[in-house]
Design a protein around this ligand. Structure first.
Ligand SMILES: [Cu+2]
Length: 227
């Protein structure tokens, strides 16, 4: 999860989020280079005496400053498209979980099991135990096996919501009457926090998402205890 005074993203938990972090750093590097060049040129313009005011055209430099930005844009667009298509890929998922957004909580259904579904409400601040996180803790966590491809189906019962977990690089709109799909894969066990990311009403800030990624045998024990 995020920590106080954090700069940048949360640590990556999935391969997709690692790709996104690399892409972010790559793009930011280009932004820094362009900004430095522009600052340098501005400082030159302000400090240099322009002695060649009769110069009417400069074909060579115009060719360069037209083509160079186009090349830079391609260098950003290609890796961006690569990640976009990677995120769309459904890699033969071993488990499917459906989540529905409600005003204001999430409900989860493990559709591979006959009767495994629950609602996930935020724990109010007054009922928090020491060490628990305010506005992030829920009564029923989503327990999932780690290192396995999981298909998330996301929809909504009432208004627009958005199911988001930053450290997994996930953000999927929950739209009434429409079933959206994403895949999720965690490379390590742990607790991953997210929040609804669509302004959905007065309690929008109070419908957090908590994923508990555990080894497969723990997941099996949990699912057996839930049935
Ligand atoms: Cu919402």
């Amino acid at each position: 999860m995020a920590y106080p005074m954090q700069l940048g993203f949360q640590d990556a938990t999935s391969p997709i989020m690692e790709e996104l972090l690399h892409f972010h750093d790559h793009t930011l590097m280009i932004v820094f280079l362009i900004s430095s060049l522009v600052l340098y040129v501005i400082s030159l313009m302000l400090t240099t005496k322009l002695t060649h005011t009769s110069t009417m055209d400069a074909q060579e430099v115009e060719t360069i400053w037209t083509i160079l930005p186009a090349v830079i844009l391609i260098l950003i667009a290609l890796p961006s498209l690569r990640i976009l298509y990677m995120m769309d890929e459904i890699n033969n998922p071993s488990l499917t979980v459906k989540t529905m957004g409600h005003q204001w909580y999430w409900s989860y259904e493990y559709t591979d099991y006959e009767d495994l579904s629950f609602d996930s409400y935020m724990i109010p601040t007054s009922e928090l135990k020491p060490g628990e996180l305010r506005l992030l803790e829920v009564d029923n966590r989503v327990v999932l096996p780690m290192e396995m491809t999981i298909r998330m189906l996301v929809s909504s019962e009432d208004v627009l919501h958005s199911w988001a977990v930053p450290s997994l690089g996930l953000k999927t709109d929950a739209i009434p009457g429409r079933l959206n799909q994403t895949t999720l894969m965690s490379t390590r066990p742990g607790l991953y926090y997210g929040q609804c990311s669509e302004i959905c009403g007065s309690n929008h800030s109070f419908m957090p998402i908590v994923l508990e990624l555990v080894p497969l045998n723990y997941f099996e024990k949990w699912s057996a205890s839930m049935l």
